[in-house]
Write a protein that binds this ligand. Structure first.
Ligand SMILES: [Zn+2]
Length: 486
C-alpha cells in the first residue's frame, strides 16, 4: 500500500518535473554544436533522423529489451515473443540487460548465438552499483557464457538509478552506450553521444556533470497512455490488455510521425509468466492474456512499413552509416548468417540440426543453493561480487581471436576458417588498473582469472552537491518501477 502510494506520488512529481525540464531543454538544445559534433564520433541529440535522411526513407526502429537474470522460465516467454522476422527475413533481434545472480549462463550463450545482444546489468542488481558490480558482470558473462568482451557494449542501471559516476565507470570499462535514462515525448530523441552531457532525464537541459565524449545514450522513451500518464517498463501491467494495446499502437505511430525516433518496449521477462505456486493478486490480469496481447502488438508492429526490430548495437551501427530503408536488406550489420559447423559443439546453437542445442555438452554446476549450466566449465564456487570468475573447470574459454559461435570449448579450437567469420576482440580489457584477468583463451586452469583480491572498489567518484540535482529524476522514476522489479 505504501509502495503504491509512493508510486502514484512519484509519478505525479515526475510528470510535473519533466514537464519543466522539456521546456528548458528546448532552450538549451543549441549547446550541442552540430558543426563541431560530427558523426560517426559525435551525435547531437535530435528528433530528426541522422545523416539528414528524409522521413520517408528512414526506417522505424523498434528496441525490444529485457532486464535481469536469465532463467529457463523467463526465456520461455521471450521465445514466444521473438519468432517474428525483420524485412530481410532474419529473426527479429532484442537486447538483454543481464544481472548475474540467478542467471543460467548456458541460456545467455544461446541468446547471443541466436543473434541477440547481451549487455551489462550488474552482478547482484543493487541500488547503487560500484565499479565491481559493473566489471564483475562483464567478466562473468565473458567467462561462463562465452560472450566476447568486445560484444558486451551496453549498460543499464538497476532500477534505472543512473548517476554521473556510473557513466564514469562504464566509459572506463569500454562500454559504448548507456540506456538507463528516461524520456517523454519532446525529449525522446535519437541516440546521441554525451559530448555535451545528457539531454533527457535532467532537471536542466544538458547535464553538464555527465560529459563523456563518444559515450552513447539511448534514451528509454516512455509509453504515454490515453490520459497522458507515462509508463516505462512493463506497460502491460498498467491496464487491461485491450486498452494497453491501444496505447502501444498509438505511441508507435507517434514515433513514426515524430522523426521516426526509435520506439522501445522494455520488459522484465519474469512478468511475462505467472510465478509457479503464487496466486494472482486480486484484480491482476492473467499473465497469459498479457503475453497474448504483447504478441498481437508485436505482430502488428513488425508489419508496419519499414519497421526493423534491432539490438541496441545494431541501431548504433546504423546511425553511424544511415543507409535508406529501401537498402537495408543488404545492410551487413543486420544480416543473420549462421555458422555451418556440421557437428554439435557447445556454442549455443543446434549445429547438427537435430532440434536440440548443445545436447549432452553443457555442464551442470550445482552450488547447493544455486544451479546453472555452462559450456565453459564449472568453477570451484559460484561467481560472486568478490570473485566473479572463480578458478576451476575443464573447458577452454573463448579467446580474443574467436567469436564464441565458432569456438569449441571442449576441443580448444576455433572453427572459423575464413575472413567472413574472423573475429579479433580489440576491446579494452575489463577490470581495474593492474587487474590482468581478461580472458586470453586457454584452459581455466593456469589463468589468473578470479583472483580473490581483484576487483576491489577503486574509488568511484563520490557524488558532489553540485550534481545531486541531476540524480533526482532517476530516483523518482526508479521508485515507480521498483515494485515491478525483483
Ligand atoms: Zn533490473
Amino acid at each position: 500500500m505504501v509502495k503504491k502510494f509512493l508510486g502514484i506520488l512519484s509519478l505525479t512529481l515526475t510528470c510535473t518535473l519533466l514537464g519543466v525540464v522539456n521546456r528548458l531543454e528546448s532552450a538549451e538544445a543549441a549547446a550541442c554544436d552540430p558543426t563541431a559534433c560530427q558523426p560517426p564520433k559525435c551525435f547531437c541529440p535530435s528528433v530528426n533522423p541522422p545523416g539528414g535522411l528524409p522521413l520517408e526513407k528512414t526506417p522505424q526502429f523498434f528496441l525490444l529489451t529485457f532486464d535481469d537474470s536469465v532463467q529457463e522460465g523467463t526465456l520461455k516467454g521471450k521465445s514466444i515473443l521473438i519468432c517474428m522476422k525483420n524485412p530481410n527475413g532474419c529473426p527479429i533481434r532484442a537486447t538483454y540487460y543481464v544481472s548475474i545472480q540467478y542467471t543460467d549462463f548456458s541460456l545467455v550463450t544461446q541468446w547471443y548465438a541466436a543473434g541477440n545482444e547481451v549487455a551489462d546489468h550488474t552482478m547482484t542488481h543493487p541500488q547503487d552499483p560500484f565499479d565491481d558490480e559493473i566489471i564483475g558482470c562483464k567478466k562473468s558473462l565473458n567467462a561462463f557464457a562465452g560472450i566476447p568482451n568486445g560484444k558486451i557494449a551496453g549498460w543499464r542501471s538497476p532500477f534505472l538509478n543512473w548517476q554521473p559516476k556510473t557513466f564514469d565507470v562504464i566509459a572506463q570499462q569500454g562500454i559504448l552506450y548507456d540506456s538507463s535514462t528516461t524520456a517523454l515525448t519532446d525529449d525522446a530523441t535519437w541516440p546521441y553521444t554525451m559530448d555535451y552531457g545528457l539531454y533527457n532525464d535532467c532537471w536542466k537541459g544538458f547535464c553538464d556533470t555527465t560529459i563523456h565524449p563518444g559515450l552513447f545514450e539511448i534514451p528509454m522513451a516512455a509509453i504515454i497512455d490515453d490520459k497522458g500518464t507515462p509508463h516505462l517498463m512493463d506497460p502491460h501491467l498498467d491496464g487491461t490488455p485491450d486498452v494497453v494495446k491501444g496505447w502501444l499502437q498509438d505511441n508507435f505511430l507517434r514515433h513514426a510521425k515524430q522523426g521516426k525516433t526509435p520506439f522501445g518496449l522494455f520488459l522484465h521477462p519474469a512478468h511475462l509468466n505467472q510465478i509457479p505456486g503464487v496466486p494472482l493478486a486480486p484484480g491482476a490480469t492473467d499473465p497469459a492474456k498479457n503475453l497474448q496481447m504483447l504478441e498481437e502488438f508485436l505482430d502488428w508492429a513488425v508489419a508496419q512499413p519499414d519497421t526493423w526490430f534491432v539490438t541496441s548495437q545494431q541501431l548504433l551501427e546504423w546511425m553511424k552509416n544511415p543507409v535508406p530503408a529501401d537498402q537495408l536488406k543488404d545492410f551487413a550489420p543486420f544480416s543473420c548468417q549462421v555458422p555451418k559447423i556440421g557437428k554439435e559443439i557447445c556454442n549455443g546453437l543446434d549445429d547438427d540440426g537435430n532440434g536440440q542445442v548443445d545436447e549432452g555438452l553443457v555442464q551442470n554446476c550445482n552450488f547447493n543453493t544455486v544451479v546453472w549450466n555452462t559450456c565453459y566449465g564449472c568453477p570451484s564456487e559460484n561467481p560472486s561480487l568478490a570473485n566473479p570468475v572463480p578458478k576451476g573447470g575443464d573447458r577452454f574459454r573463448v579467446p580474443t581471436t574467436c567469436d564464441s559461435v565458432w569456438w569449441d570449448p571442449i576441443a580448444n579450437q576455433c572453427l572459423c576458417q575464413d575472413a567472413n567469420c574472423a573475429y579479433t576482440d580489440l576491446s579494452k580489457p575489463v577490470g581495474n588498473a593492474g587487474d590482468n584477468s581478461t580472458n586470453a583463451g586457454g584452459s581455466n586452469k593456469g589463468t589468473n582469472n578470479g583472483q580473490p583480491n581483484e576487483n576491489k572498489k577503486s574509488g568511484a567518484s563520490s557524488i558532489t552537491s553540485s550534481n545531486t540535482m541531476t540524480l533526482i529524476p532517476g530516483f523518482i522514476i526508479a521508485s515507480i518501477f521498483m515494485q515491478w522489479i525483483f
